[in-house]
Write a new protein. Structure first.
Length: 465
């Protein structure tokens, strides 16, 4: 394993930007100094040019939801299955068959490739919703946290900020039925999961100080009621992430067995607050949307995956109108594209409602409002001191190419709007994660080696794919 810690890509002492998005708004000729730990030491406006020079500098957001291994399936599930009504559930069976082929070496290589793509897209942090724990057949590895260690090893290669979220997955449905063949590699009792979670903390020991650990009860289908009621107490610190109200069949199953719709049950029983990030939330009523937004929990949205799997459309207009917090994730990693996630989220609202600029306000353009929302929501969802170009925060930053013809002559919010709605992530030139300068000129500093390892992994898996 090659570690970014040994590379020359560690934090530069200073970054100068022609313009930058500060907590007070847009500023010109901004000099940012970074300390040896990767935190912003100082921010100075109207400063002379010094150090690394970029066009526009903005905070780099968190990717709050990823299943890294699924990237190797991207593009391979677009044929219709035997059921004429192919859906999330038929895709899920294909995914189960694929993951049974994966070894720890495969997972590390795929994860490193995914994290590299995240950085090149503009994300500084990977919150990895990690549920592939055991050998095929469900037997634990000799080291229970083997797969968690491989996620951490990938982060050591790529330099991304890691929030590791080991996933508790115990049952095959709301009736507490045993796990099926495709799920058996995920499974742990609550007691064994506590042990795995504790060992996963050790997997982060070799990473920089910005690496962190959370916890993820997979869903209402996969974890029992008693455990869900006590999760916040059982894991007293760190973020808690969980899938919620993603699919109509899921809503029906929870309602049948537990006597309430998923959001209703979670609100009544789980003490939801700012520690929680609830993923998808595409199947909510208007009242549920308002109540969940007011709980303080973050809605972790994955618009590209939700589109790919036909999950439904999150009610962003109502949620943001209720001051709800949102963040973005790439989930199945069929596409890792920050600007496209934002665009897909907004366009889904327009298509549903027959409107334009549905998420803009009188004060903020659509791009600015969405971008600031995901910065704040991502920081909250991972408890990471990020999302602001301000002294004391991690130096999580991305630069946009204002010399590009696609941004030429644009300033301020219009640059964000042009990037998100009229451009793509090729406009991202540089990315820093906790001061580590991992993307330069649009490419990860270790791209050739990471891609070579990924290709070798795909070659080894070609029959399974």
């Amino acid at each position: 394993m090659t570690s970014f810690l040994a590379k020359s890509s560690l934090a530069t002492s200073g970054v100068w930007a022609q313009s930058a998005l500060l907590p007070t708004g847009w500023a010109s000729d901004v000099q940012i100094e970074i300390d040896a730990n990767g935190r912003i030491l100082s921010v100075q406006e109207n400063a002379p040019q010094a150090g690394t020079s970029v066009g526009m500098l903005v905070p780099a957001p968190v990717n709050v939801h990823s299943h890294a291994f699924q990237r190797a399936m991207a593009g391979l599930t677009e044929r219709r299955g035997p059921d004429p009504r192919d859906s999330f559930w038929t895709w899920r069976q294909l995914m189960f068959r694929f993951l049974d082929q994966l070894t720890p070496d495969h997972v590390e290589a795929i994860t490193a490739f995914v994290q590299m793509e995240m950085l090149e897209a503009g994300y500084a942090t990977n919150a990895e919703f990690h549920y592939l724990h055991h050998r095929p057949g469900g037997q634990p590895y000799d080291d229970l946290s083997e797969m968690s260690q491989r996620i951490a090893a990938a982060a050591a290669q790529t330099g991304i900020g890691l929030c590791l979220l080991p996933v508790h997955y115990e049952f095959g449905g709301c009736d507490a039925r045993p796990l099926g063949a495709g799920q058996i590699r995920f499974g742990n009792t609550f007691e064994r999961f506590h042990e795995l979670h504790s060992q996963a903390a050790g997997a982060l020991a070799g990473l920089p100080r910005d690496a962190s650990l959370g916890v993820a009860p997979h869903s209402l289908r996969a974890v029992g009621q008693e455990a869900l009621r006590t999760y916040a107490q059982a894991f007293g610190t760190g973020p808690i992430h969980m899938h919620l109200a993603e699919q109509k069949a899921e809503v029906a199953e929870v309602e049948q067995h537990w006597g309430a719709r998923p959001v209703q049950w979670a609100l009544a029983n789980m003490g939801l607050d700012e520690r929680w990030c609830l993923i998808h939330c595409t199947q909510m009523t208007a009242d549920e949307t308002l109540q969940l937004a007011q709980s303080g929990a973050v809605a972790g949205l994955c618009p590209i995956t939700e589109s790919s799997l036909g999950d439904g459309i999150f009610d962003g207009v109502r949620w943001l109108g209720a001051q709800g917090a949102i963040a973005l994730g790439s989930d199945s990693n069929i596409r890792i594209a920050l600007s496209e996630e934002l665009r897909t989220l907004d366009y889904s609202q327009r298509l549903r409602d027959g409107s334009r600029a549905a998420l803009a306000t009188a004060e903020m353009s659509t791009g600015r409002r969405l971008f600031e929302a995901i910065l704040q929501g991502g920081a909250q969802a991972t408890q990471r001191h990020t999302g602001r170009l301000e002294a004391g925060h991690w130096a999580d930053m991305l630069a946009l190419d204002t010399a590009s013809e696609h941004l030429w002559g644009r300033t301020g919010d219009t640059v964000l709007d042009s990037w998100i709605f009229a451009g793509d992530d090729r406009l991202v030139t540089d990315v820093w994660s906790a001061g580590r300068h991992m993307v330069r000129g649009g490419e990860h500093v270790d791209r050739p080696r990471i891609v070579t390892a990924y290709r070798a992994c795909i070659d080894a898996l070609k029959d399974a794919l």
